[in-house]
Design a binder for this molecule. Structure first.
Ligand code: ARG
Length: 459
């Protein structure tokens, strides 16, 4: 005989290694509270629709609440023989209240049960991620506000390109995290949908009320198709994909923070509280947190690719393969929540070495575009101006001076269009201030962006 909840059809017990290998209780016990919550909703609906007697329902209700209380206290014991969280809870319930427990699974399958638990798990946690991202965005706005007029080199190809406002740089990341938030919000729209009542795959002959269970659990919608309801893991894939994109943004930021804290750049200093030392080199102050967050992207991408690969070519509807959907999602929540939190705290403790940033824009040729624009504004075709300034840069490199070091007489040898007002244009602060096109680094534009961001965050 086979003593499993589903053992009736079997003559012999399953092998121990099948039990061990097939079990998901090792990790899906993290959804215990979701499982009980969804079972309670299902139970109340069964009673309301007279599918089971109210007296039986009351007994089951009390039993489930008892289990929920023990779960909070950490008093439940799960076993791999009961395979997963669903059958573990049902088996504990049966131990406590007897065979009436068996009525709970009327008009339900583990296929819609696991799906609804998993949706609820993600639905409950997405707001945490969105909230942390909003906190990070607020920090960025605060820092940007203090640094609208902080001048730094802007890079392309990691070469000095044009000077920019550090506030503008910070707001660039604000915009990325804002889109990340929007993606997670859209993700919530797809997660906020109840598969419960799809039963095994085809729905049920019992007169269930899916809207009722959805409402009690707190879902905004129900799945329209029972096959889709038990097969869909898009909401989890979207989460993993959104998390990957968000971590990609964080990793770029972390990379820049690590570079800028280096001796070579020396633009910023990370606080002692968010750096670490070396066990051998006494002078070291390492940006460990930035590196670790940058490194954690590996597992997040891995979890995304893992589930995408598991889902590929899976026939409808439920397949045991789908049991592989949960660990990656749990892992990603456990990875991104502390990553955003610690990153935000690290950012708040960064001090900016404004003079070093500024100096880096005066010992280079990042004002070359200003000079070419100056000539173009005086009527010279831009291409010709570009050529002349290129030659000037070359001559200055040979002489080991910068463009602004050339005397007015020397400048005029390149073009008679140049007057002494050019020196004002060659200053980095002028270059930044004047880039006032929409979304540009000009101080007024950065202020505008900050005001818009504040309004968005206040909503
Ligand atoms: N532990 C299973 C999972 O995580 C629950 C669903 C099992 N359903 C089934 N028909 N075997 O996917």
């Amino acid at each position: 005989a086979n003593k499993k909840l589903w053992g009736g059809r079997f003559q012999a017990p399953t092998s121990k290694e099948v039990d061990q290998f097939g079990a998901s209780i090792y990790f899906d016990q993290l959804m215990a509270d979701e499982d009980i919550t969804c079972s309670l909703a299902h139970l109340h609906m069964l009673a309301k629709t007279h599918i089971i007697d109210q007296a039986d329902a009351d007994q089951i209700d009390a039993g489930l609440r008892d289990i929920q209380a023990d779960l909070k206290k950490g008093n439940l014991h799960f076993s791999y023989e009961n395979e997963d969280i669903h059958m573990n809870i049902e088996s504990i319930l049966t131990d406590r209240i007897g065979p009436v427990a068996g009525k709970l699974h009327t008009a339900r399958s583990r296929n819609d049960q696991v799906a609804v638990d998993f949706h609820l798990y993600v639905k409950r946690r997405l707001p945490k991620v969105i909230g942390l991202l909003k906190g990070l965005m607020e920090t960025l706005v605060t820092m940007a506000e203090q640094n609208v007029e902080t001048i730094m080199p802007g890079y392309t190809h990691l070469q000095h390109a044009q000077p920019i406002s550090y506030g503008h740089y910070l707001m660039a990341y604000y915009q990325m995290f804002k889109r990340d938030c929007e993606r997670f919000e859209f993700n919530q729209h797809h997660t906020d949908m109840s598969p419960l009542g799809a039963a095994a795959l085809a729905g049920t002959t019992f007169p269930i009320d899916r809207e009722m269970t959805a409402k009690e659990i707190g879902f905004g919608q129900v799945y329209a198709n029972s096959l889709d309801a038990v097969s869909d893991r898009d909401f989890a894939l979207e989460f993993l994909s959104n998390a990957s994109i968000m971590m990609m943004h964080l990793s770029r930021f972390c990379e820049e923070i690590s570079m800028w804290a280096s001796y070579e750049f020396n633009y910023i200093e990370i606080s002692d509280a968010y750096t670490t030392g070396s066990s051998i080199m006494p002078q070291k102050k390492n940006p460990d947190m930035a590196e670790l967050i940058r490194g954690k992207i590996g597992r997040v991408y891995g979890d995304l690719i893992g589930l995408l690969s598991t889902m590929k070519s899976l026939p409808l509807a439920y397949n045991k393969d789908l049991q592989e959907d949960k660990e990656g999602v749990f892992d990603v929540f456990n990875t991104i929540i502390p990553s955003i939190k610690i990153f935000t705290h690290m950012l708040q403790g960064i001090s900016v070495k404004k003079q070093n940033m500024y100096d880096a824009t005066t010992n280079d040729y990042s004002n070359a575009t200003e000079l070419a624009d100056y000539l173009a504004a005086k009527g010279m075709p831009f291409r010709q101006a570009h050529g002349i300034v290129g030659k000037m840069v070359y001559d200055c490199i040979v002489k080991q001076i910068n463009l602004q070091d050339l005397s007015i007489e020397e400048l005029k040898q390149y073009s008679t269009l140049i007057d002494s007002d050019v020196y004002e244009d060659l200053k980095p602060e002028t270059a930044v201030k004047r880039r006032n096109s929409l979304g540009g680094t000009g101080f007024a534009q950065v202020q505008k962006q900050i005001q818009a961001a504040k309004a968005e965050l206040a909503e």
